[in-house]
Design a binder for this molecule. Sequence first.
Ligand code: FE2
Length: 278
Amino acid sequence: MAALGGGVSAGRWRPGWGKLPIMIILFFADVVGKPGRDALIGKLPALRDRYSADAVVANGENATDGKGIRPAHAEALLSAGVDVITTGNHIWKQRDTYRYLDEQPRVIRPFNFLDSNPGRGVTVVDTRAGRLGVVNLSGHLYLYPARSPFEVVGQALEQLHGVRNVLVDLHAEATSEKVAMGWYLDGQVSAVVGTHTHVRTGDAHVLPGGTAYITDVGMCGPRDSVIGVKKELVLERFVTQLPVRFEVADGDVWLEGVVVELGEDGRALRIEPFEEPA
Ligand code: FE2
């Protein structure tokens, strides 16, 4: 068995514990700024190979200067081998992304934003292991999207009718909301992964119904920071309680993600976190 965390760098991933997976998905946590983008682009070919990954999904919510994702940055990640980019609350920070979201189906925004907003919250990609559906949701607590993710996730899944392998990225602040969504969708989707806090949680496991779950996958970005932002700026804001313009940090960059293995019926066999230095 490959060890958790940095230990996975030691050797090639050995898929399956007894059962052979039908699809292996790599999901990368929130990619923060240029340091995160460069690290992911640089390391993705080797990581795809190490894990024999069939599909790669990354949250690009913070990919452009920590706020949203510009089309050129999204295209660079897609060209590097990312199949689907999910986002979250910062998606509207870059105005040239609006039109792009209507045109590029592999970059999605939370499904529970207004239907009239640009883009879509669901997509399907063809992989060498078959089709993968991806749903992006925003948490309601502290983020206040147009609708509760619990109210509309059923509609999102209806759009994926007939797609067996489905991954849901719930971009949310509150751990309780993410845990609840894991239980709500257990047995209905292959995986529910949480993003947004940039701090990886230690609860990756497969729920009884066969849904892989983790409350937060963490961050692809600089650890010498406060969740990706230069720490002196964040400290200044906390200490003075005055507005401070944030900038993305650049020291000690790591990629954090999970590898999810799915069986024949679309249920998860296994979910394991991994991390990789830039
Ligand atoms: Fe976010």
